[in-house]
Design a protein around this ligand. Structure first.
Ligand code: BTN
Length: 243
């Protein structure tokens, strides 16, 4: 399995491009869509993903999996784990805010948006990631939530292409492992990145409801157990931790 990259100077959203062009992509390999800037970069929950030119990584890994797989919901966590492993190698200390936000010192450095579409007997997956790479503090000051970039963390301008190459290498290895053995081999790594949130009181946002409780534990399928004030433990497959 290899990565075939398609790069654009401007695009609406690398995820949207992937979703629109699925039928043109090689079914045996991964097509990686990247861009210098996005005009309609999207985050989870219909949020806007700030995508200024040549500052950050905007990348969508597009591929097919048979539609009998029950674990495609873990692909966003898989990409988050791959990105965290790369950031670790770059000397940073990333953590994952469940399900797949990547933070450093409680500031967001990267986010994953994984979208799945049924196509014949396959799932077509668009696993998109935005990594703040060379944005300065000033450029991030107007974002709605505290954010940081690799540049701010290592205190120098960084080689964005090298970071993307490292991510490509890591993700293709991880994806092949996932295809063969599922999410289980990545669970320990995922738990390690999530650990700082474990046993903490959190506010949890799920569809239209906010739950207060303690982040009790993770299940090996990546879902979250929230302990409610009544003592009941409730399992969540989707949602967001609010600060
Ligand atoms: C989030 O944290 O809310 C997810 C952000 C995902 C952003 C990336 S940038 C590349 C790809 N294209 C998009 O429009 N979104 C994802």
């Amino acid at each position: 399995m290899k990565i075939i990259r398609q790069h654009f100077s401007t695009i609406d959203s690398t995820n949207d491009y992937g979703l629109r062009n699925a039928r043109l992509f090689d079914a045996e390999n991964v097509t990686l869509i990247t861009a210098d800037r996005q005009e309609k970069g999207r985050g989870r929950g219909k949020r806007v993903w700030f995508s200024p030119e040549n500052k950050n990584i905007y990348a969508s890994f597009c591929f097919f999996l048979p539609d009998n797989r029950k674990d495609v919901g873990n692909l966003s966590q898989l990409l988050a784990v791959s990105a965290c492993e790369v950031l670790l190698k770059w000397g940073l200390q990333p953590i994952v805010k469940w399900p797949n936000d990547i933070l450093i010192s409680n500031k967001k450095i990267a986010g994953v948006l994984c979208e799945v579409k049924q196509m014949d007997a396959n799932y077509f997956i668009v696993d998109g990631i935005g990594i703040n790479v060379n944005m300065s503090k000033e450029e991030m000051a107007n974002l709605d939530k505290p954010a940081t970039s690799v540049r701010e963390e290592v205190r120098m301008i960084v080689d964005q292409s090298q970071l993307l190459r490292d991510l490509q290498l890591q993700f293709i290895i991880d994806l092949q492992g996932f295809i063969k053995d599922g999410f289980r081999p990545f669970f320990d790594s995922f738990s390690r990145f999530v650990r700082p949130f474990l046993k903490k009181e959190i506010q949890f946002h799920e569809s239209r409801r906010i739950w207060n409780g303690i982040f009790h534990s993770l299940n090996d399928d990546g879902s979250l157990n929230l302990q409610l004030p009544s003592g009941e433990i409730r399992r969540f497959y989707a949602g967001d931790i609010l600060f």
